[in-house]
Design a binder for this molecule. Structure first.
Ligand SMILES: NC(=O)c1ccc[n+]([C@@H]2O[C@H](COP(=O)([O-])OP(=O)(O)OC[C@H]3O[C@@H](n4cnc5c(N)ncnc54)[C@H](OP(=O)(O)O)[C@@H]3O)[C@@H](O)[C@H]2O)c1
Length: 190
Protein backbone atom coordinates (compact mmCIF):
# COMPACT_ATOMS: atom_id res chain seq x y z
CA UNK A 1 0.00 0.00 0.00
CA UNK A 2 2.63 2.53 1.12
CA UNK A 3 6.24 2.34 -0.02
CA UNK A 4 8.83 3.84 2.31
CA UNK A 5 12.45 4.34 1.23
CA UNK A 6 14.94 4.54 4.08
CA UNK A 7 18.64 5.27 3.65
CA UNK A 8 21.61 6.98 5.20
CA UNK A 9 23.78 8.91 2.75
CA UNK A 10 26.94 10.93 3.13
CA UNK A 11 26.51 14.71 2.90
CA UNK A 12 27.31 16.38 -0.45
CA UNK A 13 28.38 13.27 -2.43
CA UNK A 14 25.38 11.00 -1.56
CA UNK A 15 27.62 7.98 -0.99
CA UNK A 16 25.84 5.11 0.81
CA UNK A 17 28.56 2.49 0.57
CA UNK A 18 32.14 1.63 -0.37
CA UNK A 19 32.26 -1.80 -1.96
CA UNK A 20 29.91 -3.90 0.13
CA UNK A 21 30.19 -1.83 3.31
CA UNK A 22 28.57 1.23 4.81
CA UNK A 23 31.59 3.50 5.48
CA UNK A 24 30.55 4.72 8.93
CA UNK A 25 29.48 3.01 12.14
CA UNK A 26 26.81 4.94 13.98
CA UNK A 27 24.88 2.72 16.38
CA UNK A 28 21.85 5.00 16.56
CA UNK A 29 21.56 4.85 12.74
CA UNK A 30 21.20 1.04 12.82
CA UNK A 31 18.81 1.33 15.77
CA UNK A 32 16.61 3.83 13.92
CA UNK A 33 16.53 1.54 10.87
CA UNK A 34 15.64 -1.43 13.08
CA UNK A 35 12.88 0.38 14.96
CA UNK A 36 11.27 1.73 11.78
CA UNK A 37 11.39 -1.56 9.88
CA UNK A 38 10.74 -4.07 12.70
CA UNK A 39 7.69 -6.25 11.99
CA UNK A 40 7.59 -4.93 8.42
CA UNK A 41 8.32 -6.21 4.93
CA UNK A 42 11.50 -4.93 3.31
CA UNK A 43 13.14 -5.26 -0.08
CA UNK A 44 16.93 -5.46 -0.48
CA UNK A 45 19.18 -6.07 -3.45
CA UNK A 46 21.19 -9.28 -3.41
CA UNK A 47 24.42 -7.45 -2.44
CA UNK A 48 22.80 -5.67 0.50
CA UNK A 49 21.11 -8.92 1.59
CA UNK A 50 24.52 -10.63 1.61
CA UNK A 51 25.83 -7.83 3.85
CA UNK A 52 23.23 -8.46 6.60
CA UNK A 53 24.79 -10.48 9.45
CA UNK A 54 23.82 -14.10 8.80
CA UNK A 55 21.92 -12.83 5.73
CA UNK A 56 18.94 -11.96 7.88
CA UNK A 57 17.22 -9.19 9.81
CA UNK A 58 15.25 -10.52 12.78
CA UNK A 59 11.50 -9.98 12.82
CA UNK A 60 11.23 -8.78 9.23
CA UNK A 61 10.06 -10.33 5.98
CA UNK A 62 12.65 -9.80 3.25
CA UNK A 63 12.24 -9.77 -0.51
CA UNK A 64 15.65 -10.30 -2.13
CA UNK A 65 16.00 -8.82 -5.61
CA UNK A 66 18.27 -10.84 -7.91
CA UNK A 67 18.29 -12.03 -11.49
CA UNK A 68 19.42 -15.43 -10.23
CA UNK A 69 16.30 -17.61 -10.21
CA UNK A 70 18.12 -20.26 -8.17
CA UNK A 71 19.36 -17.90 -5.45
CA UNK A 72 19.09 -19.55 -2.03
CA UNK A 73 17.93 -17.38 0.86
CA UNK A 74 18.96 -18.08 4.46
CA UNK A 75 15.36 -18.35 5.72
CA UNK A 76 12.87 -19.95 3.36
CA UNK A 77 9.91 -18.99 5.56
CA UNK A 78 10.51 -15.25 5.86
CA UNK A 79 12.67 -14.46 2.84
CA UNK A 80 11.58 -14.61 -0.78
CA UNK A 81 13.51 -14.20 -4.02
CA UNK A 82 12.12 -11.75 -6.57
CA UNK A 83 13.52 -11.54 -10.09
CA UNK A 84 11.66 -8.49 -11.36
CA UNK A 85 10.89 -5.14 -9.80
CA UNK A 86 7.55 -5.15 -11.65
CA UNK A 87 6.24 -7.44 -8.92
CA UNK A 88 5.93 -4.35 -6.68
CA UNK A 89 3.95 -2.16 -9.08
CA UNK A 90 0.66 -3.40 -7.64
CA UNK A 91 1.87 -4.55 -4.25
CA UNK A 92 -0.87 -4.57 -1.59
CA UNK A 93 1.24 -4.41 1.61
CA UNK A 94 3.45 -1.68 3.02
CA UNK A 95 7.00 -2.06 1.71
CA UNK A 96 10.25 -0.65 3.14
CA UNK A 97 12.92 -0.09 0.49
CA UNK A 98 16.26 -0.83 2.18
CA UNK A 99 18.83 -0.54 -0.61
CA UNK A 100 21.35 -0.79 -1.97
CA UNK A 101 21.90 1.85 -4.59
CA UNK A 102 20.52 -0.17 -7.51
CA UNK A 103 17.29 -0.88 -5.62
CA UNK A 104 16.85 2.73 -4.44
CA UNK A 105 17.37 3.86 -8.05
CA UNK A 106 14.88 1.33 -9.46
CA UNK A 107 12.16 2.62 -7.14
CA UNK A 108 12.99 6.34 -7.00
CA UNK A 109 13.58 6.82 -10.73
CA UNK A 110 11.21 4.09 -11.94
CA UNK A 111 7.55 4.24 -12.93
CA UNK A 112 5.03 6.23 -10.94
CA UNK A 113 3.68 3.01 -9.43
CA UNK A 114 7.11 2.23 -7.96
CA UNK A 115 8.03 5.59 -6.47
CA UNK A 116 7.89 5.59 -2.66
CA UNK A 117 5.27 7.81 -1.06
CA UNK A 118 7.51 8.41 1.98
CA UNK A 119 11.29 8.82 2.24
CA UNK A 120 13.28 8.69 5.47
CA UNK A 121 16.34 10.71 4.42
CA UNK A 122 19.26 10.39 6.84
CA UNK A 123 22.39 12.39 6.06
CA UNK A 124 25.68 11.55 7.75
CA UNK A 125 27.74 14.69 8.30
CA UNK A 126 31.02 13.06 9.39
CA UNK A 127 34.03 11.72 7.53
CA UNK A 128 33.90 8.50 5.55
CA UNK A 129 36.10 5.66 6.78
CA UNK A 130 39.37 5.43 4.90
CA UNK A 131 41.02 2.27 3.53
CA UNK A 132 37.85 0.35 2.69
CA UNK A 133 38.09 -1.94 -0.32
CA UNK A 134 35.84 -1.23 -3.27
CA UNK A 135 34.25 1.51 -5.29
CA UNK A 136 32.08 4.26 -3.81
CA UNK A 137 28.35 3.65 -4.32
CA UNK A 138 26.12 6.72 -4.45
CA UNK A 139 22.45 7.52 -4.89
CA UNK A 140 22.70 10.95 -6.55
CA UNK A 141 19.89 10.26 -9.11
CA UNK A 142 17.59 9.43 -6.17
CA UNK A 143 18.42 12.71 -4.44
CA UNK A 144 17.76 14.64 -7.65
CA UNK A 145 14.32 12.98 -7.74
CA UNK A 146 13.85 13.68 -4.03
CA UNK A 147 14.54 17.40 -4.54
CA UNK A 148 12.16 17.56 -7.52
CA UNK A 149 9.17 15.46 -6.49
CA UNK A 150 9.13 15.37 -2.68
CA UNK A 151 8.40 17.83 0.09
CA UNK A 152 9.78 17.80 3.63
CA UNK A 153 7.11 17.23 6.30
CA UNK A 154 9.15 16.87 9.47
CA UNK A 155 11.70 18.91 11.30
CA UNK A 156 15.37 18.01 10.98
CA UNK A 157 16.28 15.55 13.74
CA UNK A 158 19.96 15.75 14.73
CA UNK A 159 21.60 12.78 16.44
CA UNK A 160 25.18 11.48 16.43
CA UNK A 161 26.22 13.56 13.41
CA UNK A 162 23.23 12.37 11.35
CA UNK A 163 20.38 14.63 10.24
CA UNK A 164 17.12 12.74 9.69
CA UNK A 165 14.05 14.15 7.96
CA UNK A 166 10.87 12.81 6.40
CA UNK A 167 9.69 13.70 2.94
CA UNK A 168 6.49 12.78 1.10
CA UNK A 169 5.76 12.61 -2.60
CA UNK A 170 3.95 15.72 -3.82
CA UNK A 171 0.32 15.37 -4.92
CA UNK A 172 -0.07 11.82 -3.66
CA UNK A 173 -2.36 10.23 -1.10
CA UNK A 174 -0.25 9.61 2.00
CA UNK A 175 -1.25 7.28 4.83
CA UNK A 176 -1.17 9.83 7.67
CA UNK A 177 -1.20 7.17 10.39
CA UNK A 178 1.90 5.53 8.97
CA UNK A 179 3.60 8.91 8.60
CA UNK A 180 2.82 9.77 12.24
CA UNK A 181 4.04 6.35 13.38
CA UNK A 182 7.40 6.82 11.63
CA UNK A 183 7.80 10.34 13.07
CA UNK A 184 6.99 9.05 16.57
CA UNK A 185 9.49 6.21 16.14
CA UNK A 186 12.21 8.69 15.15
CA UNK A 187 11.35 11.00 18.05
CA UNK A 188 11.39 8.14 20.57
CA UNK A 189 14.98 7.38 19.56
CA UNK A 190 16.18 10.96 20.10
N1 LIG B 1 23.81 3.62 3.71
C1 LIG B 1 22.68 2.95 3.50
O1 LIG B 1 21.59 3.36 3.90
C2 LIG B 1 22.74 1.65 2.74
C3 LIG B 1 21.62 0.80 2.70
C4 LIG B 1 21.72 -0.39 1.96
C5 LIG B 1 22.89 -0.69 1.29
N2 LIG B 1 23.94 0.16 1.35
C6 LIG B 1 25.19 -0.10 0.62
O2 LIG B 1 24.88 -0.15 -0.77
C7 LIG B 1 25.88 -0.95 -1.42
C8 LIG B 1 25.21 -2.01 -2.27
O3 LIG B 1 24.47 -1.40 -3.32
P1 LIG B 1 24.51 -2.00 -4.79
O4 LIG B 1 23.74 -1.11 -5.67
O5 LIG B 1 25.94 -2.27 -5.14
O6 LIG B 1 23.85 -3.44 -4.60
P2 LIG B 1 22.35 -3.91 -4.21
O7 LIG B 1 21.36 -2.94 -4.74
O8 LIG B 1 22.29 -4.23 -2.77
O9 LIG B 1 22.24 -5.30 -4.98
C9 LIG B 1 22.52 -5.33 -6.37
C10 LIG B 1 21.97 -6.62 -6.92
O10 LIG B 1 20.54 -6.57 -6.98
C11 LIG B 1 20.09 -7.32 -8.08
N3 LIG B 1 19.36 -6.43 -9.01
C12 LIG B 1 19.62 -5.14 -9.27
N4 LIG B 1 18.74 -4.67 -10.18
C13 LIG B 1 17.93 -5.71 -10.50
C14 LIG B 1 16.81 -5.86 -11.37
N5 LIG B 1 16.35 -4.83 -12.12
N6 LIG B 1 16.20 -7.05 -11.43
C15 LIG B 1 16.64 -8.10 -10.69
N7 LIG B 1 17.71 -8.01 -9.84
C16 LIG B 1 18.33 -6.84 -9.75
C17 LIG B 1 21.32 -7.90 -8.77
O11 LIG B 1 21.56 -9.16 -8.15
P3 LIG B 1 22.23 -10.37 -9.00
O12 LIG B 1 23.59 -9.88 -9.37
O13 LIG B 1 22.22 -11.50 -8.03
O14 LIG B 1 21.33 -10.60 -10.19
C18 LIG B 1 22.39 -6.91 -8.34
O15 LIG B 1 23.70 -7.44 -8.38
C19 LIG B 1 26.75 -1.55 -0.31
O16 LIG B 1 27.88 -0.73 -0.13
C20 LIG B 1 25.85 -1.42 0.91
O17 LIG B 1 26.57 -1.39 2.12
C21 LIG B 1 23.89 1.31 2.07
Amino acid sequence: MTKVAIWCRHKNDNIIGIGSQIPWHVKSDFQRFRRITEGQTIIAGQKTYESFPGRTLPNRKIFVLTLDENYEVSDSVNHQVINSIKYFENFEEDLYIAGGASVYKLFMTGSSKLKPEIVVDCVYQGDIEANLIGEPVDITPCIEMLNKMYIQVSQNYELDNITTRLLIRKNQFINQNLLKKIIQTIEKGM
